[in-house]
Design a protein around this ligand. Structure first.
Ligand SMILES: NC(=O)C1=CN([C@@H]2O[C@H](COP(=O)(O)OP(=O)(O)OC[C@H]3O[C@@H](n4cnc5c(N)ncnc54)[C@H](OP(=O)(O)O)[C@@H]3O)[C@@H](O)[C@H]2O)C=CC1
Ligand SMILES: Nc1nc2c(c(=O)[nH]1)N=C([C@H](O)[C@@H](O)CO)CN2
Length: 237
């Protein structure tokens, strides 16, 4: 029987795309989600990666994706919840909408997807089955500039521990908590200095360190309910 696919949400760019390509290089069939059709998605299709359109900003959008996923495959080797919105807080009449978007993407989508993919993971006949949640160093410390983002990532970290208890031992459930892995186009030299003042090891390292962490969790049969701090030592500085 061919290998069961690995699902990465938000896999059309940056960390998700990097890991999707490396997983495929390792021989795994890969399914990614994307919101907006674009060349990057087409390029991944040309590599043989399955791309499913999904917008997790509403419960109906999450449920539509779950239906499409179940039509796409009868089994899964792993699910990597990577999709995320890194939006600064709005202290105006948009504050509630900002929080709701963060809640939907970082908590409601992983929650509902996990409940529905348990059956697909259990249909996988390979030795191990995994769920990996991408959170953030800020989940453990908070963030003055991204209050809603950090709070919903903390909620995701808690969801991960609950699902580890609920789905184990047949399905391993873990978290990767990164910090300052890849810059954004809007990040300037001052912001880079800000990041490095807080990091024990010079940042940003690039997406390879996240790929190493994903590969490690997928290959290690004795880790569940854990959080890997891939943050350059920021949590101890
Ligand atoms: N980059 C970094 O240095 C750090 C990253 N992280 C975490 O690692 C993960 C990957 O980071 P990074 O690659 O920078 O992430 P991005 O900011 O590039 O976002 C990843 C994907 O999330 C998808 N997404 C956003 N909103 C929605 C939505 N409403 N519905 C469905 N998909 C959505 C986007 O899909 P599309 O492009 O198709 O719209 C995007 O491709 C994230 O969870 C992030 O929080 C944590 C700390 C540091
Ligand atoms: N969804 C995202 N979450 C995060 C990002 C991002 O680009 N997208 N970036 C970070 C970095 O730590 C940032 O501070 C440096 O670019 C945090 N989370």
């Amino acid at each position: 029987m061919s290998q069961a696919p690995i699902l990465i949400t938000g896999g059309a760019q940056r960390l998700g795309r990097y890991c999707a390509e490396r997983l495929q290089d390792d021989g795994h069939p890969v399914i990614i989600t994307y919101r907006r059709e674009r060349e990057a998605v087409e390029a991944l299709r040309r590599r043989g990666i399955t791309a499913l359109q999904a917008d997790f900003s509403s419960e109906s959008g999450i449920m539509r994706f779950i239906e499409a996923l179940r039509e796409s495959t009868p089994r899964l080797r792993a699910v990597i919840h990577n999709a995320s919105l890194w939006e600064a807080d709005r202290f105006d009449d948009q504050a509630g909408d900002t929080f709701e978007r963060m809640f939907r993407i970082h908590m409601q989508a992983p929650y509902l997807i996990n409940l529905h993919v348990q059956e697909l993971l259990m249909a996988c006949r390979e030795p191990m089955r995994d769920i990996i949640h991408m959170t953030d160093f800020a989940a453990s410390r908070g963030s003055r500039r991204h209050v809603a983002y950090a709070a919903t990532k903390a909620g995701l970290e808690n969801l991960s521990r609950s699902f580890a208890a609920l789905f184990g031992p047949e399905i391993k459930v873990n978290t990767i908590a990164p910090a300052a892995i890849m810059l954004n186009e809007t990040d300037d030299a001052e912001y880079l200095a800000h990041l490095n003042a807080r990091s024990m090891i010079p940042a940003p390292p690039g997406p390879g360190v996240i790929w190493q962490s994903v590969r490690y969790l997928l290959d290690n049969g004795y880790i569940t309910g854990a959080t890997l701090p891939v943050d350059g030592g920021r949590h101890v500085k």
